[in-house]
Design a protein. Sequence first.
Length: 579
Amino acid sequence: MVEIVDTDVLVIGGGGAAARAALEARRLGTRVTMVMKGKLGKCGATAYRVAEIAGYNAADGQVDPQDTPDEHFKDILAASAGTCDERLARILADEAPLTLVDLESWGVPLERDGDRYLEIIGCFASRPRTHIIRGHSEPLLAAIVRQLREADVSVVEDCLVTRLLVHNGRCLGAVALGREGGILVFRAAATAMGTGGAGQLFRHNLNPPDMTGDGYALGLRAGAELVNMEFMQAGAGLVGSIRLIFNQWLWMLHPRVYNNEGEEFLRRYVPPGMTVEQCMDLKSYHYPFSCYIGSHWIEVGIQQEVLAGRGTPDGGAYVDLSKATEAGLPATPRGDEVRRMWPITRQFMEKRGLDVTKEPLKVGCFGHAINGGMRIDEYAATTIRGLFAAGEAAGGPHGADRLGGNMVMTCQVFGKRMGQAAARLAAEERPTGNVDGAIADEGIRLKALAARKGSLKPHDLKRRVQDIMSRGIVVIRNDTKLQECLRELRQVRADWETNLLVESPRDLWAAQELDNMIQVGEIMASAALLRTESRGSHYRDDYPRWDDEKWKQSIVIQKREGRIELHPRRLPRIGAAGR
């Protein structure tokens, strides 16, 4: 039996962008329904604590009076290296301080340094504007959830959206699968996607289990364009039973890094004229892997050692901080920042049973966040009318690199815009298209998927996808790796289509997620193969140069007549002082 839910605005997802969109749409008087894969306040990347703090960028000039939205905008453009939509970057810089006021009014605890905010210089930034939230983003999401409950937003939990309903280029809602195999149909005048990223594509990742690329796959199949999918943040993280970000400032303490043979191997990868310590100092300025300033040899060295079989049993390297002391830090603003953050980091790790003064950490290279997504405009509208996207599901606000502290903020800025735009559209335009045929087709497809009687469980195929993507995409890319990655993904696709075993509603859910993961993996590898250069987070050791002017553009991806097409294209530009 199919359950029908009618609403004005359907919000898909449960994290920061989705929650903010639902709240804003409800405040404009529309009926709002949120549908999510888990529990409200517990699912999505926003609620997933992978570090001791979250950063939130806003150029308020409190710590550095010279910092302004213009300076923030310039930093976003510099990090994107010619691959972001400058209109969206301008909006981020201008509206970030306004969202910070909202957070404070809702009780989000921002760290203070005396009578002002504690602000640090975030990844790829030129000035201190990254505000600190202890407990990562959990307090932020908890505050918005309180607002949602007061606003009486309808919430449907434990549902996986499997298809967007589109008629004549207009999105009219979605079909979803419940945990127990039931089918729900959501009919809506506007649909807002806050589905997050695709971290589960990688064996080592810093994402919750529900981040399987659903929004990218749903949008592409429905006809939406994707952009910048080759740009993915990777970085160092703790491997093993405890998975956490290895924060960038720890490198300034110059830890000893060695492989399973006891060899300190970084010297082998750092180029002539640079010391390992210099490389670590450069790395202390940004967590994500980037091929620009020479910091990338740390991740390159760790990943090469792992691929060569000289890593830890968990797939990393040993990082020993037992001899590290704050006394060795330089008397500079950066050294002072590390002194302030080091006690917070050490205390956070100790609470998880890690005494960094006595035992080495095991650190590997993680796939983290996608810098691309569904291409959106200033109002978070995708290329399908009635379909909106924000947060990690959306592409355009970021490019080759993304400022640390910008994603949580982006979820609030464009989550707000998405909710308001979706509500306005729902109020102004009541679509009348018939999607009964699409609903019936999706029911038939899901029934057939549930009846698969092959020999391969979805979980086993998921592990294969994670291994393939970890070898071919994380940190080091080249033609051989990417071609192999695509061949192996196509074999997994063939096994999914011909030899999949589905024995329970849980398997059916996992089979649908796996379908999305394979699709997104192919998209990312194809875009990385097309971009024959290195730029920011995209590093190809067969094309190490990153100053090719012809690649100061994005790769736009769309599906036409069942085929994936990729087209290099320049996103809109407005200039460094544009409004």
